[in-house]
Design a protein around this ligand. Sequence first.
Ligand SMILES: [Zn+2]
Length: 216
Amino acid sequence: MFIGHFGTAFAAKKIDSRPSLGTLMLAAQFIDLLWPVLLLLGIEKVAIDPGNTTVTPLDFYHYPISHSPLGVLGWGVLLGFVYYLVRKNWKGSLLLAALVLSHWVLDLVTHRPDLPLIPGMEVKVGFGLWNSLIGTLLVELAVFIGGVYLYMKMTRAKNGKGKYATWGLILFLVLVYSSNIFGAAPPSVEPIAYVGMLQWLLVLWGYWIDGNREVR
Ligand SMILES: [Zn+2]
Protein backbone atom coordinates (compact mmCIF):
# COMPACT_ATOMS: atom_id res chain seq x y z
CA MET A 1 0.00 0.00 0.00
CA PHE A 2 1.19 3.51 -0.71
CA ILE A 3 -1.39 6.25 -0.90
CA GLY A 4 -3.61 4.71 1.80
CA HIS A 5 -0.89 5.31 4.40
CA PHE A 6 -1.09 9.02 3.61
CA GLY A 7 -4.86 8.75 4.01
CA THR A 8 -4.44 7.57 7.62
CA ALA A 9 -2.00 10.44 8.27
CA PHE A 10 -4.56 12.99 7.00
CA ALA A 11 -7.35 11.32 8.99
CA ALA A 12 -5.31 11.32 12.19
CA LYS A 13 -5.59 15.12 12.37
CA LYS A 14 -9.20 14.55 13.38
CA ILE A 15 -8.14 12.55 16.45
CA ASP A 16 -5.53 15.03 17.69
CA SER A 17 -5.00 18.28 15.82
CA ARG A 18 -1.77 19.16 17.65
CA PRO A 19 0.79 16.99 15.81
CA SER A 20 1.82 18.55 12.50
CA LEU A 21 0.66 16.85 9.30
CA GLY A 22 4.38 16.26 8.64
CA THR A 23 4.73 14.34 11.91
CA LEU A 24 1.58 12.33 11.17
CA MET A 25 2.97 11.43 7.73
CA LEU A 26 6.31 10.52 9.28
CA ALA A 27 4.53 8.08 11.60
CA ALA A 28 2.16 6.57 9.03
CA GLN A 29 4.97 6.03 6.52
CA PHE A 30 7.72 5.42 9.09
CA ILE A 31 8.55 1.82 8.21
CA ASP A 32 8.52 2.61 4.48
CA LEU A 33 10.87 5.55 5.16
CA LEU A 34 13.17 3.23 7.06
CA TRP A 35 13.00 0.46 4.46
CA PRO A 36 15.05 2.18 1.68
CA VAL A 37 17.75 3.00 4.21
CA LEU A 38 17.93 -0.66 5.24
CA LEU A 39 17.93 -1.69 1.56
CA LEU A 40 20.90 0.55 0.82
CA LEU A 41 22.71 -0.81 3.87
CA GLY A 42 22.07 -4.34 2.55
CA ILE A 43 20.23 -5.28 5.76
CA GLU A 44 16.88 -5.81 4.04
CA LYS A 45 16.28 -7.22 0.58
CA VAL A 46 13.84 -6.94 -2.27
CA ALA A 47 13.84 -8.51 -5.74
CA ILE A 48 12.21 -7.41 -8.97
CA ASP A 49 9.78 -10.06 -10.04
CA PRO A 50 7.13 -8.85 -12.51
CA GLY A 51 3.83 -10.61 -11.77
CA ASN A 52 4.71 -11.21 -8.11
CA THR A 53 1.22 -9.84 -7.55
CA THR A 54 -1.00 -8.05 -10.06
CA VAL A 55 -0.22 -4.68 -8.55
CA THR A 56 3.47 -4.79 -7.67
CA PRO A 57 6.48 -6.27 -9.48
CA LEU A 58 8.40 -6.38 -6.21
CA ASP A 59 9.19 -9.47 -4.18
CA PHE A 60 9.66 -8.33 -0.58
CA TYR A 61 11.46 -11.46 0.49
CA HIS A 62 13.45 -10.12 3.45
CA TYR A 63 12.41 -7.11 5.55
CA PRO A 64 12.13 -8.23 9.19
CA ILE A 65 13.42 -5.02 10.82
CA SER A 66 11.06 -2.62 9.08
CA HIS A 67 8.05 -4.89 8.48
CA SER A 68 7.68 -7.52 11.24
CA PRO A 69 5.12 -6.91 14.03
CA LEU A 70 7.88 -6.83 16.62
CA GLY A 71 9.91 -4.33 14.58
CA VAL A 72 6.86 -2.17 13.93
CA LEU A 73 5.90 -2.20 17.61
CA GLY A 74 9.42 -1.10 18.51
CA TRP A 75 9.40 1.74 15.96
CA GLY A 76 5.94 2.85 17.10
CA VAL A 77 6.95 2.97 20.76
CA LEU A 78 10.18 4.78 19.90
CA LEU A 79 8.48 7.42 17.77
CA GLY A 80 5.69 7.93 20.32
CA PHE A 81 8.24 8.24 23.12
CA VAL A 82 10.42 10.77 21.29
CA TYR A 83 7.31 12.80 20.45
CA TYR A 84 6.27 12.74 24.12
CA LEU A 85 9.70 13.95 25.23
CA VAL A 86 9.53 16.87 22.82
CA ARG A 87 5.85 17.83 23.03
CA LYS A 88 4.61 16.36 26.36
CA ASN A 89 1.42 15.30 24.62
CA TRP A 90 0.32 11.82 25.59
CA LYS A 91 -2.61 11.62 23.24
CA GLY A 92 -0.46 12.69 20.31
CA SER A 93 2.30 10.24 21.17
CA LEU A 94 -0.17 7.34 21.39
CA LEU A 95 -1.68 8.46 18.08
CA LEU A 96 1.74 8.44 16.41
CA ALA A 97 2.51 4.96 17.75
CA ALA A 98 -0.88 3.78 16.46
CA LEU A 99 -0.15 5.28 13.05
CA VAL A 100 3.13 3.38 12.83
CA LEU A 101 1.20 0.18 13.64
CA SER A 102 -1.58 1.07 11.20
CA HIS A 103 0.97 0.88 8.38
CA TRP A 104 1.60 -2.77 9.11
CA VAL A 105 -2.11 -3.56 9.35
CA LEU A 106 -2.79 -1.96 5.94
CA ASP A 107 0.23 -3.77 4.48
CA LEU A 108 -1.14 -7.01 5.93
CA VAL A 109 -4.31 -6.48 3.88
CA THR A 110 -2.52 -5.69 0.61
CA HIS A 111 0.68 -7.76 0.54
CA ARG A 112 0.80 -11.39 -0.49
CA PRO A 113 2.08 -13.55 2.42
CA ASP A 114 5.50 -11.92 2.60
CA LEU A 115 5.31 -10.08 5.94
CA PRO A 116 7.47 -11.91 8.48
CA LEU A 117 5.47 -12.69 11.60
CA ILE A 118 8.51 -13.38 13.75
CA PRO A 119 12.01 -12.34 12.59
CA GLY A 120 14.10 -15.39 11.78
CA MET A 121 11.10 -17.67 11.28
CA GLU A 122 9.55 -18.67 8.00
CA VAL A 123 5.98 -17.80 9.01
CA LYS A 124 4.83 -15.06 6.66
CA VAL A 125 1.45 -13.38 6.40
CA GLY A 126 -0.49 -11.17 4.00
CA PHE A 127 -4.07 -11.24 2.70
CA GLY A 128 -3.02 -10.53 -0.88
CA LEU A 129 -5.37 -7.73 -1.92
CA TRP A 130 -2.62 -6.80 -4.42
CA ASN A 131 -3.75 -9.79 -6.51
CA SER A 132 -6.77 -7.69 -7.47
CA LEU A 133 -6.18 -4.36 -9.17
CA ILE A 134 -9.80 -3.22 -8.73
CA GLY A 135 -9.86 -4.32 -5.08
CA THR A 136 -6.59 -2.51 -4.39
CA LEU A 137 -7.76 0.71 -6.04
CA LEU A 138 -11.10 0.62 -4.22
CA VAL A 139 -9.65 0.05 -0.76
CA GLU A 140 -6.66 2.30 -1.13
CA LEU A 141 -8.50 5.22 -2.72
CA ALA A 142 -11.30 4.92 -0.14
CA VAL A 143 -8.79 5.23 2.71
CA PHE A 144 -6.99 8.09 0.96
CA ILE A 145 -10.09 10.09 -0.02
CA GLY A 146 -11.66 9.50 3.41
CA GLY A 147 -8.51 10.80 5.10
CA VAL A 148 -8.26 13.86 2.87
CA TYR A 149 -11.94 14.63 3.47
CA LEU A 150 -11.50 14.52 7.28
CA TYR A 151 -8.38 16.66 7.07
CA MET A 152 -10.09 19.29 4.93
CA LYS A 153 -13.06 19.39 7.29
CA MET A 154 -10.76 19.73 10.27
CA THR A 155 -8.43 22.46 8.97
CA ARG A 156 -8.54 25.50 6.71
CA ALA A 157 -5.87 27.34 4.76
CA LYS A 158 -4.47 30.48 6.39
CA ASN A 159 -3.25 31.75 3.03
CA GLY A 160 -2.74 30.75 -0.60
CA LYS A 161 0.19 28.50 0.27
CA GLY A 162 -1.96 26.53 2.69
CA LYS A 163 -4.45 25.91 -0.07
CA TYR A 164 -2.20 25.19 -3.07
CA ALA A 165 0.45 23.24 -1.15
CA THR A 166 -2.28 20.90 0.12
CA TRP A 167 -3.90 20.32 -3.25
CA GLY A 168 -0.44 20.06 -4.81
CA LEU A 169 0.50 17.25 -2.43
CA ILE A 170 -2.78 15.41 -3.01
CA LEU A 171 -2.34 15.61 -6.78
CA PHE A 172 1.31 14.62 -6.56
CA LEU A 173 0.50 11.54 -4.45
CA VAL A 174 -2.16 10.46 -6.93
CA LEU A 175 0.32 10.85 -9.83
CA VAL A 176 3.06 8.89 -8.05
CA TYR A 177 0.53 6.22 -7.14
CA SER A 178 -0.69 5.82 -10.72
CA SER A 179 2.85 5.62 -12.07
CA ASN A 180 3.64 2.98 -9.40
CA ILE A 181 0.65 0.92 -10.44
CA PHE A 182 0.54 1.47 -14.19
CA GLY A 183 4.21 2.27 -14.90
CA ALA A 184 6.99 -0.12 -15.91
CA ALA A 185 8.80 -2.24 -13.34
CA PRO A 186 11.99 -0.60 -11.98
CA PRO A 187 15.19 -1.71 -13.75
CA SER A 188 17.05 -2.64 -10.59
CA VAL A 189 16.83 -2.48 -6.83
CA GLU A 190 19.01 0.60 -6.27
CA PRO A 191 16.64 3.11 -7.92
CA ILE A 192 13.81 1.74 -5.73
CA ALA A 193 15.85 2.60 -2.65
CA TYR A 194 16.78 6.07 -3.90
CA VAL A 195 13.25 6.92 -4.99
CA GLY A 196 12.06 5.55 -1.63
CA MET A 197 14.39 7.97 0.15
CA LEU A 198 12.74 10.88 -1.68
CA GLN A 199 9.66 10.19 0.41
CA TRP A 200 11.35 12.14 3.19
CA LEU A 201 10.61 15.22 1.07
CA LEU A 202 6.90 14.39 1.30
CA VAL A 203 7.21 14.60 5.09
CA LEU A 204 8.77 18.07 4.76
CA TRP A 205 5.91 18.97 2.40
CA GLY A 206 3.53 17.94 5.20
CA TYR A 207 5.25 20.31 7.65
CA TRP A 208 5.05 23.10 5.09
CA ILE A 209 1.33 22.53 4.60
CA ASP A 210 0.69 22.40 8.33
CA GLY A 211 2.44 25.72 8.90
CA ASN A 212 0.06 27.36 6.45
CA ARG A 213 -3.19 25.88 7.73
CA GLU A 214 -5.11 26.15 10.99
CA VAL A 215 -7.70 24.10 12.84
CA ARG A 216 -11.24 25.24 12.04
ZN1 LIG B 1 5.14 -0.88 4.03
